[in-house]
Design a protein around this ligand. Structure first.
Ligand code: ZN
Length: 70
């Protein structure tokens, strides 16, 4: 049974989620339930993060859901 929401809005939200997640440098060996410090670039052309490691962000991943917290 597929419980994923359907429809154009759900597809847009999934695409948005993928875009946001792709900004983070997620380690390939990250385990479910892990909390790790990562960095991301916000995409603003004038921001300092274009020239350094980016904005720090804590990532926590659980088995049931993914959450991102700056
Ligand atoms: Zn930035």
């Amino acid at each position: 049974m597929n419980s994923l929401p359907k429809g154009p809005q759900a597809a847009r939200l999934r695409q948005r989620k993928f875009e946001l997640l792709s900004r983070f440098n997620i380690p390939p060996d990250l385990l479910p339930g892990s909390v790790s410090l990562s960095h991301f670039r916000c995409g603003k052309a004038t921001c300092h993060c274009n020239h350094d490691e980016g904005h720090p962000a804590w990532l926590c991943l659980s088995k049931m859901s993914k959450c991102l917290r700056r």
